[in-house]
Write a protein that binds this ligand. Sequence first.
Ligand code: GAP
Length: 515
Amino acid sequence: MANQEDQFKKVISHAKEYGYVFPSSEIYDGLSAVYDYAQNGVELKRNIREYWWKAMVQMHENIVGIDAAIFMHPTTWKASGHVDAFNDPLIDNKDSKKRYRADVLIEDYVGKLDAKIDKEVKKAAKRFGDAFDKAQFLETNPRVLGYKEKGAAILKRMGQSLEKEDLADVKALIEELEIACPLSGSKNWTDVKQFNLMFGTRLGATAESSMELYLRPETAQGIFVNFLNVQKTGRMKIPFGIAQTGKAFRNEIVARQFIFRMREFEQMEMQFFVRPGTQKAWYEQWKKTRLQWHLSLGMGAENYRFHDHEKLAHYADAAADIEFKFPFGFKELEGIHSRTDFDLSSHEKYASKKLQYFDPELNERYVPYVVETSIGLDRMFLAIFSHSLKEETLENGSTRTVLQLPAVLAPTKAAVLPLVKKDGLPEIARSIVADLTWDFAVTYDEKDAVGRRYRRQDAVGTPFCITVDHDTLNDDSVTLRHRDTMVQTRVKIAALKDLIKEEISMKNWLQKCAQ
Ligand code: GAP
């Protein structure tokens, strides 16, 4: 656990030191759970968004994008159920006066059981050496099975109690598990209460004429209210999807874990409108498609798992998370939800407008069902960034810090380095930058010894370094150094562009989806 915490601290400080993420308004000591993306962070974030948009919108003939406003008519949130049901169960510790999400306290308890399982695995791996079969051990070891069973039973009971709004039982569970306040160790808890997560604001100049508004807590509703506009103007035929990326706001209570849980964050969502009765098959299809998208980035299948929801949101008939192994354990990265016709039907009622589709094949009019894929862009950023940050020991015993970002997403694709600041080498390096910069993001660096410059680019995640040396003057070739392997090859300047383009091509990376 301490190791995980150290690793996570390293991630946060690396993100700051290398210009990825800063605390918001830091000169005023920051604002809790609000962050700013810095010069490299903004590029990584943009690249992730584009990677998603390419896969989800541009590669699908039947999916289009929109960009709806953050402000929406307030009745939207009554219809969507957020005014009445978008709550977190909160509990206060009477001694420390600290407030917690009751479900997170319980999930953290289960997380500790998972950590115990990991410990058992490590111990057994040491004991059995090469003969160790991890899968078999996980299936048969009585201690592991005990932890698993206990964790599953706890989550099941919590899910059912939350579903039934039985908050007294959620408190009882916390007491039975003897969960203590992480800050004070006290077990002196208040009752569990519901707390609405939406931020309110006002639109209009005067107190009398102004209107209560909410900052949207999800982007999805901007898609639902535009369903018919898009369907008609785009002459879309079911099944079809509408996608968008944009900011969402939630007054999160447990606002820790860096950019994992923020109060202002960005979502990438797609609502897929289908014939009633076909939603189950589409739900399964989108679960598969989305997992493949994640796997295309090459961060290891073992770091993802599905978690089927026990407690369903007020709009869903099935829901699963794609969980990722963050430095603090497996946590939700993306949600795939079968939202039934809840949202469109509810907007029909509240707006008194028909939101139906005439299906020419069935000769029938109906309210479509919806399968949604919803991923937090910031959470995806954290998954990639934390997974990529590695501390390596090299053959000569020295260490290097390397940010092994997937090349397709790296903020800067190549750094061009003249070996020395004289003899015409900077001029050649500058001309290479001027040429490559039309095709992808490149940077120029001439300060310090070349070894130090390599380390700097490793730490910031640049996949390629191009070094111009004295031989370049004679043979028009440069050294191309690969960040991950540190292998260096001699390459003609004229060949650089195509070589690097091949390595960062979205097509090549996304095609791994199909394999
Ligand atoms: N439209 C459905 C929806 O909003 P959700 O499970 O509440 O579903 C979807 O959120 C995704 O948005 C999550 O899987 C997560 O990646 C991201 N997300 C949710 N709350 C977040 C927060 N406070 N900070 C960062 N990302 C968040």
